[in-house]
Design a protein around this ligand. Structure first.
Ligand code: IFM
Length: 726
């Protein structure tokens, strides 16, 4: 298998190829654009955790100036994909090694000019990117080359950078700037080992060279480093220093270091599928995306909903990370899972403040969380296509399941890794505060002797402000159970820590009995006579109409289906797995028949307007042993960034980019769905349900600190073998 994706020349695919060919290293993400591309082609190097706001536009991540900019000229004539149709062009992503390669040939003045470039974002030296450029021509020709740090990069709500300053050192170009609102410094430093090029002049952050091309190729390298005020006191010094170190090494050694890291990651994370090369390619490509954006370097950052592929979704962290990506990391790279969860400890003050703002106790996490846990969700998250007016949406106010998602994730991590440290370092406090929040949010319905959660939004965002969403209520109940179990566990294993946590969280004011009472008395919608669980109060009384019929009612392709007047709002058509998501998490509380009946009920009513939906339908179909139904959904989630076939707009707002939640969902569906991996009685267990064509599925996991390799072969007993941890 090649471990490569390729594309030829197609100007209509520039934006989607920017996502598909993304390089990232956990700190930054460089879109799969060509060296000569600029803002219009959405060239961007998105920096994790650095945000800016311009005026009252949305606060979003900052794209750094492009340190790998390169363009060829013949005097005034630009020789690039922006001006000439190439005689050959191929773009390749080698996702085994994290390399982006382009090969382009131009027929120009009865000559053929070839340009090759191979670049990577270093997986260890996270601030460094390197590009190896090779030029040749069939017949001798003298051309000019412009190399530098381009500020013309993609900006949705920018421009974010001001006060540009350049410094031209003998062997480096330095470009520094500040963010508009918070005045955070950012520096990009660049150096070229251009001994084979003749420097004509330097102007600002660009250098111009002359080069005579012949059939004998000329190769040179561009090195660029990026630092910002979140990384250190003096980004400029750091950028220069890191560049010096890299420059003193050669391209080959840097590449070796980089590919070695990838090798190590694949040794832990690879999933092998025999008998289905398309599924094999899709799962590896999905894992590439997760591995490339994993924050291995810091425990105060996490993974945004569109990874590091740009500024869409405000670069914010959603429930996507805990519920869809975390399981993969928890099973194969627990140290990354720990970093991701630590981000929620770090941002707990933001969640406490948000709860207070709405008049509640405890922790109400941001629906769209930025670097300090502040909620970036706008009150008007969608723009109406007809009136062009912002539409009031209630995601920020009402999507309260976010706190339970986070509490659930901490507990899941603890149960799988038995790593008590994270709980003692703040995880326990997070869980208790989330429980406290639900207790505070709940409404006690006196006539029915029960707690209810009213006026919420469940995972299905097309139905806003509903009462008793089954998933939310069940999750809130689970959150209480987790808090109670945690309390017991700490009382037994770490009583002093418990006392400290209780004091720190002011939990003394809320006694355990209240959690217990909520747990016992929260209303959780149950299967009815037909075994179907109603998604929320009165959902069944909404118009029962097909997804196709609702789609036909659209007057504009980009029209938003939800909100007050959306085409789906008064119907049973839902955006994404909701009750089915609940069955994915809590399947053990329901019979197989109930699970299947609900799948059959909700599946035709689900639009899959979110990329989070397909994987859950795949997983849950495996719960009732229907691999045939699961398989197309698995392929849909696993190929989402290969095909680029996802919704690109919410109203008029562009929401494209990569889809790490779907990538994580692909792992979940393969391993937990088809592989049937679970834990029973503190032991790993595998009950495979392989799709017909799969002859073998093999993968690794680290469970309770021990490494395991799991081999499943069709028709044979699965093998779980312990590996040597060294
Ligand atoms: O978190 C999701 C949400 O469930 C559906 N809309 C998009 C968000 C980001 O992926």
């Amino acid at each position: 298998m090649s471990w490569q994706v390729r594309a030829g020349y197609d100007p209509n695919q520039i934006v989607s190829n920017g996502n598909k060919f993304l390089l990232a290293n956990g700190y930054m993400g460089y879109r799969g654009t060509m060296e000569e591309y600029g803002a219009e082609q959405l060239a961007a190097n998105t920096i994790l955790g650095l945000y800016d706001q311009v005026g009252d536009k949305w606060r979003e991540p900052v794209n750094a100036p492009n340190g790998l900019f390169f363009k060829l000229f013949d005097q005034a004539t630009e020789i690039s994909l922006l001006t000439l149709k190439p005689s050959f062009h191929q773009q390749t992503l080698d996702y085994q090694q994290g390399l982006h390669i382009r090969k382009t040939a131009f027929s120009y003045n009865e000559n053929t000019i070839t340009l090759q470039a191979e670049r990577f974002l270093h997986m260890k030296r996270l601030h460094l990117m390197v590009d190896e450029i090779t030029l040749a021509a069939e017949k001798p020709i003298t051309l000019q080359v412009k190399i530098g740090i381009d500020t013309a990069v993609w900006d949705i709500n920018g421009p974010h950078l001001i006060n540009f300053e350049t410094e031209d050192l003998a062997d480096q170009i330095i470009l520094s700037a500040k963010t508009q609102r918070e005045h955070k410094n950012i520096t990009v430093a660049q150096a070229v080992n251009a001994s084979k090029l003749n420097c004509l002049k330097k102007e600002g952050q660009f250098a111009y060279y002359e080069v005579t091309l012949t059939p004998e190729p000329i190769t040179f390298h561009i090195f660029a480093t990026t630092f910002n005020a979140n990384d250190c006191q003096n980004p400029k010094e750091a950028a220069k220093k890191e560049l010096d170190v890299a420059f003193a090494m050669d391209f080959a050694s840097l590449k070796k270091e980089h590919t070695q890291i990838w090798k190590g990651l694949w040794e832990k994370a690879d999933v092998e599928i025999d008998g289905d090369s398309k599924a094999q390619e899709a799962i590896r490509y999905s894992l590439y995306h997760l591995l490339s954006i994993a924050p291995r370097h810091s425990d105060t950052v996490s993974i945004p909903a569109r990874g590091l592929s740009g500024q869409t979704y405000k670069g914010a962290i959603f429930w996507d990370t805990e519920m869809f990506m975390l399981p993969f990391f928890m099973h194969v790279l627990p140290e990354v899972a720990k970093n991701i969860l630590s981000y929620r400890i770090y941002t707990l003050p933001g969640a406490l403040a948000k709860a207070k703002e709405y008049g509640f106790n405890g922790a109400f996490y941001a629906w769209e969380s930025q670097e300090l846990g502040q909620d970036a969700t706008s009150d008007y998250n969608v723009v109406d296509v007809f009136t062009k007016r912002p539409m009031r949406t209630y995601f920020r106010d009402k999507q309260i399941h976010i706190s339970g998602d986070i509490a659930y994730a901490f507990w899941q991590y603890y149960e799988y890794t038995k790593d008590l440290e994270l709980l003692l370092k703040g995880g326990a406090q997070v869980i208790f505060e989330c429980a406290k929040f639900y207790y505070s949010y709940a409404y006690y319905k006196v006539e029915k002797n029960r707690f209810e959660l009213i006026d919420v939004i469940g995972p299905d965002e097309y139905h806003e402000r509903v009462y008793n969403n089954a998933y939310t209520n069940k999750l809130a109940q689970k959150t209480m159970k987790i808090a109670l179990d945690l309390w017991e566990m700490l009382a037994e294993n770490a009583p002093e820590d418990l006392a400290e946590i209780l004091t720190a969280t002011e939990l003394m004011e809320i006694d355990k009995e209240k959690f217990q009472r909520f747990y016992n008395e929260i209303y959780v919608p149950q299967p009815n006579d037909a075994e179907i669980i109603e998604q929320f109060d009165n959902y069944f009384s909404l118009e029962d109409v097909s997804v196709t019929a609702v789609r036909k009612r659209l007057l504009d392709d980009k029209e938003y289906w939800g909100g007050a007047y959306g085409v789906a709002a008064d119907t049973q058509v839902i955006k994404q797995a909701d009750v089915i998501f609940m069955l994915h998490l809590f399947g053990e509380d329901y019979t197989k028949s109930e699970i299947q009946k609900n799948w059959e009920y909700y599946e035709p009513r689900t639009e899959h307007g979110s990329s989070l939906s397909a994987c859950i339908y795949a997983l849950v179909a495996c719960q009732f042993d229907n691999q045939d139904w699961a398989y197309p959904y698995f392929m849909k989630t696993a190929t989402v960034d290969l095909t680029g076939e996802t919704k690109q707009y919410a109203g008029t707002i562009y929401i494209g980019g990569t889809h790490p939640a779907a990538n994580g969902g692909a792992w979940l569906a393969a391993i937990k769905g088809f592989g049937g991996l679970s834990v029973k009685n503190n032991q790993l267990q595998v009950t495979p349900k392989l799709p017909k064509s799969w002859q073998r599925l093999a993968f690794n996991t680290i469970f309770n600190g021990e490494s395991y390799h799991i081999e499943i072969e069709a028709g044979k007993t699965p093998r779980i073998s312990k590996k040597n941890n060294s």
